[in-house]
Design a protein. Sequence first.
Length: 256
Amino acid sequence: MSTSITAQESPVLHDYKLEDWLRQTYSQPPSKAKAVKSLTWKQRALYAAGHAINAYYTLSPELREVSNIGKLVDLRWPRRSIGFESEAHYWSMKDAVIANLAGLLRENQPAAYPVMLYEQQRVVVPELRTELSLIFQLMWQLPWTTAQPGDETSGHKSLIVQKFFWEREPHLEKAFIHLSNVFCQTAFGCVPKRIDMFYISDGTVQRHTPQSEHVTASIDYLDLLRHAVPGGNRLCACCRANAGTAVAFAPSWSLS
């Protein structure tokens, strides 16, 4: 007789823990991966930008048009230049964040209300016997007029998932796509219509269009990595170490 799995029984894979593990494994020099404890200037800048984004989309579309992005960023911008390369770097980064955010936000769903705004959601994935916990920065529902004729699941397929990064980090981007695919397929019965990734450091956007056939690859990817992330498994330390080498064989596809 088969037994069902519940959220209480299953281990939890948190998106931020997976991102932290990937960043330490691939983005930081090995000698510094475990030594970095204080927030970097990039993390502090991203923190301020995140609060500005949340405040901006809390406003109605009419008020967004007249909002001052600079003032929203300034609310959480570091008061001192500690951690930045210099005083000039401190101010130049602030100016860049304000300018790039203004360009990104003004053109992003200007007349719509997000269906999720920095909300943490959880779902149990039976194939993984694991619960996924994701913080959705922005999720939108496109107008029903964009649905394809005869598509009974068009309501779910009209979802757009978005995330803001400081800069390009391919391993984190890949993880975000896989997590979004598996979460949306499990929770809503379909992958998102589109996944957008915004980069605050240079004001660029990368858009990815998932396909339903990618879900199996996404599940395989998470199955490999869930044993490596602290708190996301119930296996031994040896299994977690082995998962670190297995990530190189995880499924991938073009993000174009």
